[in-house]
Design a protein around this ligand. Structure first.
Ligand code: AMP
Ligand code: MG
Length: 466
């Protein structure tokens, strides 16, 4: 039996934090994808996991020794409306593994069958959305952005029924934790202050042991979210479903649904088919993160001060750090993208305005600056005046190459890989994952993967696939 170094702290929390539930076995486990590099990082035996036993574990048919499978309770504001009972409707936390470096990670199966929290859903997932999460989460990791990781995608030998019958799959997700703003909301909405207190202590011990009490935890999460959202904007990432149940206390990007990267730059960009009002548009993400953090703060009020008004004042003061911290990370990141050591807000703003005006490709426009440093002859006429000001600030081409990826998971390439894999051809997926594992390297022969979509290749909408 393959051994995992489990130590399951969540299963030691009070019983009403979760329901105990094993993954529901599937007809025929297969291993579509194993992340060998991640397995090695986690201290797991990739060769063993690549075999039949690994497939059985990743499909949910074999519960490894030491796992204590459970479905977590949580609530969430979805597009602004509160749903008191969400929870893991199609996911199972197998347990927490401890790496050789002593780090603790959740190991979760997603698409592993019905649970107490499934409501009308089938508890299952289709191969496309699970591979999509695999591709984009691993691309984010390679870009240096905090994210949950993807260890494996298993096939089930079963169909799931959405608009069509689609082959089913189970994703194995690795996360610093699955604590969400919605986890706190679940207990706060029930007036269960003891549970919120226990959760605060658990989250603090797990994510910021040096932080002082509930306020210390809150400030830590505000800072982590501010950094995260700035990093999203700096690579052109749109999460697409920033509901409070998809907002992780760890500061990791979590739940890759209808997410997408910008090709052309425009702050109003939305891809998600369910985001009609543009609530989660690219440029709205800082505002929404702050809104989510306000919901988090509300759950903590009884712990911040016995006097309610005092508690609100304390929370508001801490939340006011969000815009400051976001702006600091965003501006220093934009400066580095321009090859500059110090923030240059005017240059950055004017460059983004030019990109938006000309609907220029976000990723390639920044990357191209590396070659433009010493070559004014290459300047497009519309950018000439800006470029002269920028050169006067002394940009560094090596910094530009180190900060701006040449490769992002472009929607049309992701769709191409998912369509082929669903039909049994994993070659485009293999190539895409390989390219995206080294996003900052020039990769001769991979020019197609750095090219924006032609008009007819453009993906205008993405779907959550639930
Ligand atoms: P998500 O859109 O993946 O963040 O999921 C939002 C909520 O819906 C979570 O509580 C999920 O567990 C639940 N959910 C999503 N898809 C399914 C499904 N196929 N079956 C049961 N529950 C689901
Ligand atoms: Mg979710």
């Amino acid at each position: 039996m393959i051994r995992f170094p489990f130590d399951n702290s969540y299963a030691r929390l009070p019983e009403h934090f979760y329901t105990r539930q094993a993954p529901v076995p599937v007809a025929s486990p297969g291993l579509l994808r194993l992340n060998r590099a991640l397995a090695a990082e986690l201290g797991l035996d990739a060769d063993a996991l690549a075999g039949a036993e690994g497939a059985a574990i990743f499909a949910g048919n074999l519960v490894p020794d030491g796992a204590e499978p459970l479905a977590q309770a949580y609530s969430g504001h979805q597009f602004g409306n509160f749903s008191p009972k969400l929870g893991d409707g199609r996911a199972i936390l197998l347990g927490e593994i401890i790496t050789p470096d002593g780090l603790r990670f959740d190991m979760q199966l997603k698409g592993s069958g019905r649970t107490e929290w499934s409501r009308g859903g089938d508890g299952r997932a289709a191969i496309g959305p699970m591979l999509r999460e695999y591709i984009i989460s691993e691309a984010m990791a390679a870009l240096g952005i905090p994210t949950t990781r993807s260890l494996a995608v298993a096939t089930t030998g079963e169909y799931v029924f959405r608009d069509d019958a689609l082959p089913g799959a189970v994703l194995t997700r690795i996360a610093a934790s699955h604590l969400r703003v919605g986890t706190f909301q679940y207990f706060a909405a029930r007036g269960d202050t003891d549970a919120v207190r226990a959760l605060v202590e658990y989250a603090r011990a797990r994510h910021c042991p040096d932080a002082d009490g509930p306020l210390g935890l809150f400030r830590h999460v505000v800072a982590a979210q501010a950094r995260l959202i700035a990093q999203w904007l700096l690579v052109g990432f749109i999460h697409g479903v920033m509901n409070t149940d998809n907002c992780a206390i760890s500061g990791e990007t979590i739940d890759y649904g209808p997410c997408a990267f910008l090709d052309e730059y425009h702050p109003d960009t939305v891809f998600s088919s369910i985001d009609h009002g543009g609530r989660y548009a690219y440029g709205n993400q800082p505002r929404i993160a702050q809104w989510n953090l306000a919901r988090f703060a509300e759950t903590l009020l009884p712990l911040l001060d016995a006097d309610e008004q005092r508690a609100v004042d304390i929370a508001q003061e801490a939340l006011a750090e969000f815009p400051t911290q976001f702006e600091a990370t965003y501006q220093s990141g934009l400066a580095r993208k321009l090859g500059l050591a110090e923030p240059a807000p005017d240059l950055a703003r004017d460059f983004l305005a030019l990109l938006a005006e000309h609907r220029a490709d976000f990723t390639n426009s920044f990357r191209a600056l590396a070659d433009a440093v010493d070559d004014p002859a290459r300047d497009a006429p519309a950018f000439a005046e800006w470029s002269a000001r920028w050169r006067a600030a002394g940009p560094d081409a090596a910094l530009i190459r180190a900060t701006n990826p040449a490769f992002i998971p472009r929607n049309h390439l992701v769709e191409e890989a998912l369509t082929a894999a669903t039909q049994g051809d994993t070659r485009p997926l293999d190539t895409l994952l390989d390219v995206l594992s080294r996003p900052f390297d020039d990769q001769p022969g991979r020019e197609r993967h750095a090219t924006p979509p032609r008009r007819e290749e453009r993906v205008l909408q993405t779907f959550c696939g639930t």
